[in-house]
Ligand binder design. Structure first.
Ligand code: GRF
Length: 189
């Protein structure tokens, strides 16, 4: 069994969607859902899904040792699904091409520090973009700069608000993220 640990800081709709997708999978399973936020809704979802979960503080994340040890045992791949902290270098080094993130825009546009969640969608709206999308990419030591695995686009109109943009992105994420993960992981097996 290939084990995926999901790291998430927020609502966790992607974490849940991925977990449901792999529920009965013969080769891939979600082993852990980890969060840096004690009150993140993703932890409720983990409980309901019967997936082990754990919270670690920002300090623990920086000190890494426990987290790294847990990941070494519990994960072959790490998936970031709305995870807002920078992944420490030790973890990146221990999981080369094994950490995958989803970003709610068409990188390299609207990436980097501070570009997350609604900040991205507001910036897209302010710039009157005619399209936006999702980017699934490997994680390296710089925010949002690892090799791109997959992108999908959606068109926008002047009527779109940051909220409707978020919904369109959400739809793309639900449709593509689990399937793309399955492809990447199957190739690596
Ligand atoms: C998603 O839009 C994802 O692309 C971004 O953060 C959001 C997380 O949403 N990285 P959720 O917690 O999965 O509902």
């Amino acid at each position: 069994m290939i084990k995926i640990a999901i790291l998430a800081s927020g609502s966790g709709s992607n974490a849940e969607n991925i977990s449901r997708y792999f529920y009965d999978h013969k080769n891939i399973k979600i082993s852990y859902i980890l969060s840096n936020k004690r009150d993140a809704f993703v932890l409720e979802r983990a409980k309901k899904l019967g997936i082990p979960s754990k919270v670690f503080s920002n300090k623990e994340m920086k000190e890494q040792v426990d987290l790294l040890n847990l990941l070494k045992v519990e994960a072959d791949f790490i998936v970031l699904a709305g995870f807002l902290l920078k992944v420490p270098e030790n973890i990146i080094e221990a999981f080369p091409n094994k950490i995958i993130n989803i970003h709610p825009a068409l990188l390299p546009n609207y990436g980097g520090k501070g570009m997350y969640g609604m900040h991205v969608h507001r910036a897209v709206k302010e710039n009157k973009e005619s399209e936006t999308g999702i980017t699934i990419h490997f994680v390296n030591e710089n925010y949002d700069e690892g090799a791109i695995i997959f992108q999908a686009k959606t068109s926008l109109t002047a009527e779109d608000s940051p909220e409707t943009i978020a919904e369109k992105i959400h739809t793309l994420e639900q449709e593509h993220f689990p399937r793309v993960l399955e492809e990447v992981i199957s190739k690596a097996m």
